[in-house]
Design a binder for this molecule. Structure first.
Ligand code: AMP
Length: 249
């Protein structure tokens, strides 16, 4: 089975994003970028499936500018076998990402597509669900456990009420939650080896997709700073404040 793993280049999770001076968006110039953390979990899960003999090939795909090659190289250094860059300078919204990924899936014919549950830049949490709908495949979102047996993927999902187990007929789409696994670091020898792994280049037009903006950003602003907290001396004072100041009791 082939596993397709879409990986997005986003602002590094350890960097505090700054709003551009003109409020038109978030500053990306000279900011450290990295693979979306949920996508690292997706790559790790694909590698574990391969190590367990459940997958033969892992293909990483990223839609974005030329620099997204670095993100793909990271996926290759972690253990993906090959990568595809779908190059575009446009901001690609989830529906267009899903349409492009549908085209990639029709070409590559994977048995499983593992995406992150959300990209930490726009927090959309849409692409996996849209992709499954466009392909007409089963989906298991917010996965904290994935088991493959024959033609079935058993996915444990993190839902509001606790855990839900769903059995998906392959091919299927899975999106990762935080507790699925702990991604590995790429070792230096593997980073060197990744430079020799194949990295193909495509364009959205190759999949018949014309990227367009459906959303318009009106304004971006910093969230209001948090007010300092107060210390109370005992429970009675806490209850009094909750009742009489906050009005929540
Ligand atoms: P989102 O729906 O934007 O929150 O993204 C969910 C997941 O879709 C991400 O974790 C990635 O796996 C995938 N994805 C979103 N945008 C891209 C992109 N430009 N290139 C590759 N994968 C993407």
């Amino acid at each position: 089975m082939k596993v397709l793993v879409p990986v997005k280049r986003v602002i590094d999770a350890n960097v505090k994003p700054r709003v551009k001076a003109d409020g038109s968006g978030v500053e990306l110039a000279n900011v450290k970028m990295a693979m979306n953390p949920f996508d690292e979990i997706a790559v790790e899960e694909a590698i574990r499936l391969k190590e367990a003999g459940k997958a033969e090939e892992i293909v990483a795909v990223s839609i974005g500018p030329a620099q997204a090659q670095e993100t793909l190289r990271t996926a290759l250094a972690m253990g993906a076998d090959r990568a595809i860059l779908v190059k575009t300078e446009e901001m690609v919204e989830p529906l267009d990402v899903a349409k492009i990924l549908k085209g990639v899936a029709e070409e590559e014919k994977p048995g499983l597509i593992i995406l992150g549950k959300q990209a930490i830049d726009d927090d959309s949490n849409q692409t996996g669900q849209m992709l499954a709908a466009l392909l007409g495949w089963a989906q298991g979102t917010f996965a904290s456990k994935v088991e493959i047996e024959g033609e079935t993927a058993t996915v444990t999902r993190e839902v509001d009420g606790g855990l839900q187990v769903v059995a998906l007929k392959l091919p299927a789409v899975v999106t990762t939650d935080l507790r699925l696994n702990q991604p590995r670091y790429a070792s230096l020898p593997n980073i060197m080896k990744a430079k020799k792994k194949p990295l193909g280049e495509k364009s959205p037009a190759d999949y018949g997709v014309e990227v367009r903006a459906r959303l318009k950003v009106l304004k971006t602003e910093e969230p209001a700073g948090r007010k300092a907290g107060v210390k109370v001396k005992d429970v009675a004072e806490l209850v009094d404040k909750l009742k009489n100041e906050a009005g929540v009791l």
